[in-house]
Design a binder for this molecule. Structure first.
Ligand code: AMP
Length: 498
């Protein structure tokens, strides 16, 4: 498996408007017209010569997929489907937006409905496939896909996640469930209550495994693995490949086929990126100004914290920009409502944390805003990968204050390019502003309230002891001197001099 960084770095240098496989290592034969193009971009023409019907899926599944409007498989589908149908384990390097969900659900549906494969003969049919996801939203979406793609089959699926009453789930488990899509915590609640039997699972999927580990599910996953039969097929999907993921893959997978694809436009040229230098306490006002000035709709805004997401959504709503926040502390119904309104265009702005946005099928958006830069540079790539429509330009903007220069430098190093900047008249950042540590994801000015005039709300803070204060190679948090001679652009003080 190639380094996930390579995936992003390569994507930054290639202009494509279709899904793009960047490196593919397979341990099985690929179809003739196959997606194994090494590092070559794959264009739609190549894809269209391989219809779904050539992948070995049943007529019922092809019919459902065609009705859904898919004319040809995406690269990950073209590769994963034959690999999974062959019965082996799979390690997939792919994120939301690549079509990975159909990549694993279609062959699972096929295998479970295939009459030539004998199922158990006595008693209530057992759960045969278990799909674990990090978030409720992703679980709901995956199960919806299972139902839709399997609508002409006699298979039953169920979704199981926390934050809702457990009793209807217990009730549902009393009837037939062939495919269970679950988040780990609630699944273990059921195990604790002895309402769930996983002893006959034939296929296990860990979807967005990196996010599951980030969210601290590693022990839960290990507990769940111990409940499954030893002989089974394992499919692991992850957007990144940390040592932890590699260790998990090593312990879980047996001689897996390996596939890696990048999502269309992951920092590709089609996403126009821009940095707006601004003082930390003027970010909200600048965002409201930009949204109004450019008449932006369907704006996905990222904050680092749940609290920050709430506060920003409240501020925007107060200045008459319809806006809701979505994060892990919101009730399931609030999350579902926000997402629905955002998708159908009635909600102008959705403010999200990285984890909440992850796994949500909101891609191809016209505008993505980094209200705060993420601590992890790869998250920047995930965030901006949500924008850019096929062939059309998407726009990803970042509001960057002096505290975030180190984060910006890290991002630019990762994507191997400088992001152009624009200072908005009336929002020129204070040249003399001193960087402050970002503690618990929040800038000091933001912790102490929004939109206060003057802005310099320093209270004798000590430099952070967290990683941000310990630059790894790039200069960080330097003063606001301006080496480029351009006015009041804090990033010039730290972002360019490496
Ligand atoms: P996923 O990466 O699985 O979350 O899928 C991202 C989006 O691509 C979803 O909206 C899917 O409905 C859509 N999609 C998946 N497969 C295809 C396909 N073969 N052709 C067109 N769209 C697809």
């Amino acid at each position: 498996m190639g380094d996930a960084l390579l995936q992003y770095q390569s994507a930054a240098t290639v202009t494509v408007d279709v899904l793009l496989p960047l490196s593919v290592i397979t341990s099985y034969p690929l179809p003739k017209t196959g997606a194994n193009c090494g590092d070559r971009p794959m264009y739609q023409l190549e894809l269209s010569s391989m219809p779904f019907s050539t992948l070995g899926l049943s007529e019922e599944i092809v019919r459902a997929v065609t009705e859904r409007g898919y004319t040809e498989p995406t690269p990950i589908q073209a590769q994963a489907i034959p690999a999974i149908l062959s019965g082996g384990d799979l390690l997939g390097g792919a994120q939301t937006g690549t079509g990975k969900t159909a990549g694993f659900t279609l062959p699972i549906l096929h295998m479970l409905s295939d009459k030539s494969v004998k199922g158990p003969s006595e008693g209530r049919p057992p759960i045969r496939a278990l799909i674990l996801t990090p978030t409720r939203e992703l679980a709901a979406q995956v199960e919806e896909s299972v139902r839709e793609y399997g609508k002409y089959l006699k298979l039953n699926s169920m979704v199981m996640f926390g934050g809702v009453n457990i009793n209807p789930q217990i009730q549902r488990l009393r009837s037939r469930v062939d495919i269970l899509v679950a988040t780990p915590g609630r699944l273990l609640d059921h195990v604790g209550q002895k309402t769930l039997d996983l002893s006959k699972v034939e296929i296990l999927v860990l979807d967005e495994a990196d996010r599951m580990l980030d969210m601290g599910f590693v022990r839960d996953i290990k507990k769940i693995l111990a409940l499954l039969p030893k002989r089974r097929q394992n499919l692991l999907f992850s957007a990144t490949f940390s040592d932890e993921i590699k260790a998990l893959a090593d312990s879980l997978l047996n001689n897996p086929a390996m596939i890696e694809v990048a999502r269309r436009n992951a920092t590709a040229e089609l996403v126009s990126q821009k940095v707006y230098p601004v003082d930390r306490d003027k970010k909200s006002k600048l965002l409201a100004y930009l949204i109004r000035e450019h008449n932006w709709f369907q704006v996905l805004v990222f904050t680092r914290t749940k609290h920050g997401a709430n506060r920003l959504a409240e501020y925007l709503a107060k200045v008459d920009i319809p806006s809701l926040a979505i994060h892990g502390n919101k009730s399931q119904s609030a999350r579902t409502r926000a997402l629905k309104e955002f998708k159908d265009g009635t909600l102008q702005v959705l403010v999200a944390t990285d984890i909440a946005a992850r796994g949500i099928d909101i891609i191809d958006l016209p505008h993505v805003v980094n209200f705060e830069l993420p601590h992890v540079s790869e998250d920047y790539v995930h965030r901006i990968g949500r924008t850019g429509r096929a062939g059309a330009e998407g726009e990803a903007i970042s509001l960057v204050c002096v505290d975030e220069l180190k984060l910006l430098a890290d991002i630019e190093r990762l994507i191997k390019r400088e992001i152009p900047e624009e200072v908005v008249p009336g929002f020129e950042p204070d040249r003399n502003a001193k960087p402050e540590p970002i503690l618990n994801g929040q800038n000091r000015g933001q912790r102490s309230g929004q939109g206060r005039p003057g802005g310099n709300n320093r209270q004798g803070s000590k430099p952070s002891t967290q990683s941000l204060a310990k630059p790894r190679g790039a200069p960080s948090h330097q003063g606001a001197g301006n080496s480029s001679g351009r006015p009041a652009a804090p990033r010039r003080t730290g972002g360019r001099s490496r």
